[in-house]
Ligand binder design. Structure first.
Ligand code: 17E
Ligand code: FE2
Length: 426
C-alpha cells in the first residue's frame, strides 16, 4: 500500500492556525510505503509500483497511533453501581469501587472492557496501559484482563499494571497478591503510597515494589501522591529507588497531584532527582481536575501535576484518560483529544508551539512511558501502524475534534470513520 500526500506532524506548516474544516494539501506532504505490515519507505513523491493500492491522504495529518498511557479498564462503565460517587472525591470513589468489586465476574469485566477497547480503537488508540486492581483475593479483574490482552493482541496492545487499590502494606496479604500478579504475567507493578496507613508503610510499599520489579524484570507505574497534601512525598522515594536500582525510564509516576501543592523550594530540589532518575510522568488532567480540590474552600486547587516545569526540564510527561464512566469519572469516551484539550488549558500550555507539539502527550511521549521502542513510530523498518485524521494539522485536529478517518495497525485497517458533513443554511 502507498499512502500519498500525508502531512506528518513535524512537517506542519509553521502557521497552521487557519482553522476551518477542509484540508488543503500541505507543501510538506510525504508518501509512506507499506510492505508486509512494515514501513518500507517514507519520503516525498514515492513512485507508485505496479498494482500497488493507494490511499490518498489529500494533505491530511498522519500520526503514529494514539497511546493511552493511563486508564483503569476494570472499572469502566460501572458508574452508579450500586451507588454514585456523591462527593466527587478519590476516596469515595475507592469506597464505591470496593462495593462494585464485591460482585465482579470475569464475564462482566470482559464484556465492559471489550466494549471500551472497541470505542478507543475508533478514536485511533492502539496501545493501552491499564491499571487493574489486585486488592481482591480472587484476582477476578486481573484474570479477565490477562485473557483479553491475548485475545485482542492483534487489534490493540494492552499493558497490565498490577494496581493495589487498597494498599500493599495496609491490605491483608497485599504483598502476596502483588507477587501472585507478577507470577501471572503482568507487565508492570503499581503502588499507592498516599493510601497506605502510615508514611512508613508508604516508603515500605515503594521499596517492596521496586525490588520486586527489579527482580522480575517488570516495569513500575505507581499511583503516586494523588492527594492535595503538600506533605505527601512518596515521589522522592520512588525516584530515589528508580535511580539507585538503575530502573530509570522503566519507572513511571502517575497522577503526582500533590506536586501541585509542593512549595517551590522543595520542588526545585526534587526536580534534580527527578531528572537524574530518568523516570516518566503521567498526568490525568480531566479526572484530577474533577477529583482534586474537593475539600478546599476557595480558592480551589486544580490538583494537576507540574506538566510545564517537568517538560521544560526534559522530563518525559504523557497524558491519560484514567476513567470512563466509573466511580471516578461519570463521563468519558476514550477520545484522547479531549484529554489533551483540557490538559493544555489546565496546565496553561497554550502558546502556539505548545499547542502544535501537544500531540506528543498522547503519542510519542506516551509510547516512551510504555517502553514501546521500535514497535512504534513513523519510521522505516517499524510496524506500519498509523492514524489518518480529517485535518491538515494537529492544531486543526485538536481545535475541531477531527475524527480519525482510518486507523491502520501493521498495515491492516482496524477502524474507520466517515468525515462529518455539516450544512449551515444561511
Ligand atoms: N484509583 C485511584 O486510586 N486513583 C484514581 N484516579 C482512579 C482509581 C481512577
Ligand atoms: Fe489512575
Amino acid at each position: 500500500m502507498l499512502v500519498t500526500n500525508a502531512t506528518l506532524p513535524w512537517l506542519d506548516a509553521a502557521d497552521s492556525s487557519a482553522g476551518a474544516a477542509g484540508s488543503p494539501v500541505s507543501p510538506g506532504s510525504v508518501d509512506l510505503r507499506v510492505v508486509d505490515g512494515v514501513f518500507a519507505a517514507i519520503g516525498p513523491s514515492l513512485p507508485r509500483e505496479p498494482g500497488e493500492e493507494v490511499l490518498d491522504a489529500g494533505g491530511r495529518l498522519v500520526l503514529p497511533p494514539f497511546v493511552e498511557s493511563h486508564i483503569h479498564l476494570d472499572s469502566v462503565l460501572t458508574a452508579g453501581q450500586p451507588e454514585p460517587n456523591r462527593s466527587g472525591t478519590l476516596f469515595e470513589g475507592i469506597e464505591r469501587w470496593a462495593q462494585r468489586k464485591a460482585f465482579l465476574t470475569v464475564a462482566d469485566v470482559k464484556e465492559r472492557v471489550h466494549r471500551v477497547v472497541r470505542q478507543q480503537a475508533g478514536f485511533g488508540v492502539q496501545f493501552v496501559r491499564t491499571h487493574v486492581d489486585v486488592t481482591d483475593p480472587a484476582l477476578t479483574a486481573l484474570t479477565a484482563l490477562l485473557e483479553l490482552r491475548e485475545e485482542l493482541a492483534e487489534w490493540v496492545t494492552i499493558q497490565i499494571v498490577a494496581f493495589p487499590q487498597e494498599g500493599i502494606c495496609s491490605f491483608p496479604d497485599g504483598r502476596a497478591l502483588m507477587e501472585r500478579a507478577a507470577d501471572l504475567g503482568v507487565d508492570a507493578l503499581g503502588a499507592i503510597p498516599h493510601f497506605e496507613f502510615t508514611r512508613e508503610y508508604a516508603v515500605e510499599s515503594l521499596n517492596f515494589v521496586c525490588a520486586l520489579a527489579a527482580d522480575r524484570g517488570l516495569l513500575v507505574d505507581v499511583h503516586c501522591d494523588e492527594i492535595d497534601d503538600e506533605a505527601s512525598r512518596g515521589l522522592e522515594t520512588l525516584a530515589a529507588r528508580a535511580y539507585e536500582l538503575g530502573l530509570g525510564p522503566r519507572v513511571t509516576a502517575s497522577h503526582t497531584t500533590a506536586m501541585h501543592s509542593y512549595n517551590n523550594a522543595y520542588f526545585t530540589r526534587l526536580l534534580r532527582l527527578l531528572t537524574l532518575s530518568g523516570m516518566n510522568f503521567v498526568a490525568n488532567p480531566v479526572v484530577n481536575t474533577h477529583l482534586q480540590g474537593r475539600i478546599d474552600s476557595y480558592p480551589k486547587r486544580r490538583g494537576v501535576t507540574r506538566v510545564k516545569e517537568l517538560s521544560e526540564a526534559g522530563v518525559n510527561v504523557s497524558f491519560g484518560t484514567d476513567d470512563i464512566v466509573d466511580p471516578w469519572n461519570p463521563l468519558g469516551t476514550g477520545n484522547l483529544r479531549d484529554v489533551v484539550h483540557t490538559g493544555l488549558y489546565v496546565t496553561q500550555l497554550l502558546g502556539h508551539q505548545e499547542i502544535t507539539d501537544s500531540y506528543r502527550f498522547v503519542t510519542t511521549n506516551a509510547a516512551r512511558t510504555l517502553h514501546l521502542g521500535d514497535g512504534y513510530g513513523l519510521e522505516v523498518g517499524r510496524p506500519a501502524s498509523f492514524v489518518l485524521l480529517d485535518a491538515g494539522s494537529w492544531y486543526e485536529a485538536l481545535n475541531w475534534n477531527a475524527p480519525v478517518l482510518a486507523s491502520y495497525r501493521r498495515g491492516r485497517l482496524v477502524a474507520r470513520t466517515e468525515p462529518v458533513h455539516r450544512e449551515v443554511l444561511f
